[in-house]
Design a binder for this molecule. Structure first.
Ligand code: NAG
Ligand code: NAG
Length: 464
C-alpha cells in the first residue's frame, strides 16, 4: 500500500467513526446549544457596534457638526413660517462671536502705522508684539511699552476690545528655550506676565515661540516643558481673581505640528491658538520656485506633500490632532511674498525663481505696495480658482499676495466650518492709509483687507 492509499483509508475510517457521532440525538443536543449562542452573539455584536459608534465617532472630521444644526434651523423656520410666527430676522442666527485677532507690530519710523491710528472697532483682539523673554520675565523697551499702552487706550473707545502682549516672534526663539527649562524660571516668567497684565490693563499674553522642539538641542524635552509652562499658566490664572487670556501662535506644516506640539494638552490649557496658515511657499535656496503664500485649497499642480500645504488641510489636521474647532483661530496674511523669475516666459506656479523680487524688502511685501505695483503697471492679478489666491507678474517680478477677493473665500471657509475665527498678520501690512484703489469706481478705505474679513465674519448666514 502506498502512503496515499493509507492516507485515504484512514480518511475513510475517520469518516466511519464520525458518522457514528452524528446520530439524531447528538445533532439535536448540538443544535439546541449552538443556535441560541449564535443568535445571542449576533444581537450582542449589533448592540455593541451601535454603542461604539455613538461613543467614538470615527473622526472629528466625519462628524457633520453644523449640517444637522442648519437642517434643524431650516425645518423650524419652514414650520414657523407656515404658521406665520417668525419674521426672517429673528430666525437667522446671528453669529457675532467669531474672533478677529489682529497682530500689531511695534512701529518703526514715523512713516509706519502708529498705535493711535488703529481703528478700535476693526478687531476683537489686538496682539501687540513682539516682547522678549529675559531672565526677569517679559522684556519691553520704553518705546514698546508706550506703544502697548496706546493700544490699550483704544479700549476706552471700544470697551469690548481685548489687547494682548505677544512674546517671541519669527526668526529667533525669543528667549523661551532657557525660560522653560525649570519650574523656577517658568514661575518668574508667569509672574511677570501677570504683573504686566495687571499694571497696564492688558487682557492676556500670546506666546509666539517659533518653535518648541523644532531643532532639539540640549533640551530634549522642550515639547513637554512648553506644555508645563501652559499648565502652570492655567493653574496660576485659576488662582487669580482677574483672569487673563493665554494664547499660542502655532505652526501650519505637518512636520512642525507633529514635532512641536502636544495638541490635546494645548487644547486643554490655552484659550485659543492662532494657526499661522501662511508662508506655505516663499523663496529660499532650497525652494527656488514660485508659490502661493496662503492657498485655501491645493492647486492643480499640488500632489503628494504639496497638497498638504494649504489652509484647509492645516485646519482639519489640527482638528484631527485634538484641537477643538472653536479654539482654532485661522491666521491669514495681509502681506505677500515676492520672487524673481529665472525666465519671464515661465511665470506660473512652481516656475523657477532665483531670488526675492524687487518689491517690498527681503521677499516680503505689504498690500499697499502690491496695489500700487498693479496700478502702475496696469496689470490684473491671475486668480488661482483652486487655491483661491491671486498672484501677479511683470517682467521678472512675481508676487503672491491676498486681496479682498481671496480673503473673502478664506473668511467664509472659517465661518462656514465654524472655526473660532480669523487671525490676521498684520495690521501694519494692510493698506492702513487707504491709498489703494483697486477699482476706480469704488472709494478706497483704510484697512481694506481686514475690513473685508470683518464683514464676512459679521454677516448673518444667508444660505437659506
Ligand atoms: C507693576 O507695578 C508694580 C507696582 O507699581 C511694580 O513694582 C512692578 O515692577 C510692575 N511690574 C511690571 C511688570 O510692570
Ligand atoms: C479639505 O480638507 C478635508 C480634510 O482633510 C478633505 O477631506 C477635503 O477634501 C479638503 N477639501 C479640499 C477642497 O481639498
Amino acid at each position: 500500500m502506498t502512503d496515499v492509499y493509507s492516507g485515504h483509508s484512514q480518511f475513510v475510517l475517520l469518516g466511519n467513526n464520525r458518522r457514528r457521532w452524528f446520530d439524531g440525538r447528538t445533532l439535536f443536543i448540538i443544535t439546541v446549544i449552538t443556535v441560541p449562542v449564535i443568535i445571542f452573539c449576533g444581537i450582542y455584536t449589533v448592540i455593541l457596534k451601535t454603542n461604539e459608534t455613538l461613543l467614538y465617532p470615527q473622526s472629528h472630521i466625519e462628524v457633520p457638526v453644523q449640517a444637522p444644526h442648519r437642517a434643524k434651523i431650516y425645518s423650524t423656520r419652514l414650520r414657523n413660517l407656515d404658521k406665520g410666527l417668525l419674521s426672517i430676522e429673528d430666525d437667522v442666527p446671528k453669529i457675532t462671536d467669531f474672533k478677529l485677532v489682529c497682530y500689531y507690530n511695534f512701529p518703526g519710523g514715523s512713516g509706519s502705522l502708529q498705535p493711535e491710528k488703529i481703528d478700535p472697532f476693526l478687531c476683537t483682539h489686538i496682539n501687540v508684539g513682539f516682547a522678549r523673554v529675559g531672565p526677569n520675565g517679559v522684556e519691553l523697551t520704553q518705546d514698546q511699552l508706550r506703544a502697548l499702552q496706546t493700544v490699550v487706550g483704544l479700549k476706552q473707545v471700544n470697551g469690548n476690545l481685548k489687547v494682548l502682549v505677544s512674546v517671541g516672534g519669527a526668526g529667533n526663539d525669543g528667549g523661551f528655550n532657557v525660560m522653560v527649562l525649570s519650574h523656577a524660571s517658568r514661575k518668574v516668567f508667569i509672574r511677570s506676565v501677570a504683573e504686566l497684565v495687571r499694571n497696564h490693563s492688558i487682557d492676556g499674553v500670546d506666546l509666539d515661540w517659533e518653535f518648541p522642539n523644532e531643532t532639539p538641542g540640549r533640551d530634549k524635552k522642550q515639547k513637554v516643558h512648553f506644555v508645563q509652562l501652559l499648565e502652570e499658566f492655567r493653574m496660576t490664572i485659576n488662582k487669580y481673581k482677574e483672569k487673563f487670556l493665554v494664547t499660542v501662535a502655532v505652526a501650519a506644516p505637518i512636520v512642525l505640528v507633529d514635532n512641536c506640539y502636544d495638541v490635546p494638552y494645548l487644547n486643554e490649557f490655552v484659550d485659543f491658538v492662532n494657526v499661522m496658515a501662511y508662508d506655505y511657499h516663499f523663496y529660499t535656496k532650497l525652494t527656488p520656485f514660485t508659490g502661493l503664500n496662503s492657498p485655501l485649497y491645493p492647486s492643480i499642480e499640488d500632489k503628494g506633500y504639496l497638497s498638504t500645504l494649504n489652509i484647509n488641510f492645516t485646519a482639519f489636521y489640527w482638528v484631527s490632532k485634538g484641537m477643538a474647532r472653536e479654539k482654532l483661530v485661522i491666521g491669514l496674511p495681509t502681506y505677500g511674498h515676492t520672487f524673481r523669475l529665472t525666465n519671464i516666459h515661465n511665470s506660473g506656479l512652481y516656475a523657477p525663481a532665483r531670488g526675492y523680487g524687487k518689491l517690498g524688502s527681503g521677499g516680503f511685501v505689504d498690500y499697499s505696495q502690491v496695489c500700487s505695483f498693479l496700478n502702475m503697471n496696469q496689470i490684473s492679478p491671475i486668480f488661482d480658482m483652486d487655491a483661491k489666491s491671486p498672484y501677479a507678474t511683470k517682467g521678472t517680478e512675481w508676487v503672491a499676495f491676498d486681496n479682498e477677493q481671496s480673503l473673502s473665500f478664506k473668511a467664509e471657509f472659517v465661518r462656514d466650518n465654524q472655526f473660532g475665527g480669523v487671525m490676521v498678520y498684520s495690521l501694519n501690512a494692510d493698506d492702513y492709509l487707504g491709498v489703494c484703489k483697486v477699482d476706480s469706481n469704488v472709494q478706497s478705505r483704510q484697512f481694506p483687507l481686514i475690513n473685508k474679513v470683518k464683514e464676512i465674519l459679521d454677516r448673518n448666514y444667508s444660505i437659506f
